[in-house]
Ligand binder design. Structure first.
Ligand code: NAP
Length: 375
């Protein structure tokens, strides 16, 4: 099994990186845990997790400020990746957003600048043109994208021309295996780094108790922890860099240790057989648009509300619907079963609230929704 860092072009990328979503706050600034969070990032760097992924959107920009403090004095040993939000993809706003990120990170260049989410309302040519200019100016070294579909990736490659697309960032974990069907093989063929976000399924590692028990047993056989087995499995699938976010010292050490795990032959097919969760197709009216427990997202409860997009989501459900029709697919919506169903609703909508309505709008409710069911 390959224990080497991933080689992308001239760059050597460490086996495991560090994610920063939630560091410095979720969507708004939270300064209450600054010292602890800087120390966590520094420990991860000391242990070899020198690839750091942040975003202007994390903690209202404070995540970038904390990363800037964590890498002060050791900047050249760290590969710094940040992301521009989908509402900043015009050339003008992109340029300003990059300047703001550089200032918060206290650096004069980003190693990787990624489009966080596509925004169909802004031409891709304009955004990529802006990124190419930032690259020419030396403000960013590499260009990446996140949450792009395969057709969008192909378009990106062709618009960038001779400039390489460095990376694609997509959700990938033992619960969400979708990228194995298209994007990861494409990255392997094209020499593009695949950055696996939420590689531990936001700390759940797997989607259900039954799968968790099977993973615990497999990990015991390998001689590692379930999280380490999950990270090693993802790494083994191609040019994949998992970027777990961890604040507890135990988690940070465990994640760094995952780069040492040697997967015995046969374990991958065993994990395939025992840990895979299939995508189900469910009529949209069986899914209840339940409130977001974090309170971070406005929830549309009817198709009319989603069409009107009164909460001003950008891109809007209608924008995404046009994209879905073009691509004919979406990342599966996350649902949880309703134990005492009232006969109509069978599932609660857990994640993917905008995507859910976009799918319903795209096909006028005629096509069942692809979902992954979580316990
Ligand atoms: P994640 O890394 O899958 O999970 C983070 C959670 O797992 C935290 O609660 C952490 O707890 C816990 N954890 C960490 N290591 C663990 C271990 N060894 N065993 C058990 N639990 C462990 O989820 P994520 O933060 O969503 O994703 C990682 C990074 O991907 C983000 O930080 C961000 O950089 C990126 N991301 C990008 C996008 C995008 O749209 N491009 C979306 C989501 C995430 P403690 O913190 O308490 O240690």
């Amino acid at each position: 099994m390959n224990l080497q860092p991933k080689q992308i072009g001239e760059e050597k990328i460490p086996a495991i990186g560090q994610g920063c979503m939630g560091i410095g706050g979720r969507f708004t600034i939270d300064r209450s845990r600054d010292a602890e969070q800087i120390a966590a990032l520094k420990l991860g760097i000391d242990l070899g997790m020198t690839f750091i992924d942040t975003a202007e959107g994390y903690g209202g920009g404070h995540s970038e400020e904390l990363v800037g403090e964590a890498v002060a004095g050791i900047r050249e040993y760290v590969f710094l990746a940040s992301k521009v939000s989908p509402n900043h993809l015009s050339v003008e706003l992109l340029t300003l957003a990059c300047e703001d990120s550089l200032r918060r990170l206290k650096t004069d260049r980003l190693d990787l600048y990624q489009v966080h989410w596509p925004n169909p309302a802004i031409p891709l040519e304009e955004t990529l043109g802006g990124l190419l200019r930032l690259r020419e100016q030396g403000k960013i070294r590499h260009i990446g994208v996140s949450n792009f579909s395969l057709p969008e990736l192909r378009r990106t490659r062709s618009i960038l021309g001779s400039t390489p697309l460095f990376s694609v960032q997509t959700e990938y974990n033992l619960f969400e295996r979708g990228p194995e069907e298209g994007i990861i093989p494409w990255c392997a063929k094209e020499g593009v780094l695949f950055i696996a976000y939420s590689p531990l399924d936001q700390g759940r590692v797997v989607g259900s108790e039954a799968v968790r028990l099977r993973l615990v047993k497999l990990a015991r056989d390998v001689g590692c922890t379930p999280s380490q087995l999950a990270l090693a499995f993802l790494r083994s699938q191609g040019p994949v860099l998992p970027i777990p976010k961890a604040l507890s010292e135990e988690h940070i050490r465990e994640n760094a240790g995952a780069s040492e795990i040697v997967l015995p032959s046969g374990i991958r097919s065993q994990m395939d057989a025992e840990c895979r969760v299939e995508v189900k197709l469910v009529p949209w009216h069986h899914i209840r648009p339940a409130p977001d427990k974090t309170g971070d997202h406005a929830v549309y409860t009817t198709i009319e509300e989603a069409r009107a997009n009164l909460a001003g989501h950008s891109p809007s459900p209608q924008d995404l619907a046009m994209e879905i029709v073009r691509n004919d697919r979406i990342k599966p919506i996350r649902v949880t079963p309703i134990s005492e169903g009232n006969g109509v609703f069978q599932y609660d909508l857990a994640e993917g609230r905008i995507r859910f309505w976009a799918w319903v709008l795209a096909f006028d409710g005629e096509r069942d929704v692809p979902v992954l069911v979580r316990d």
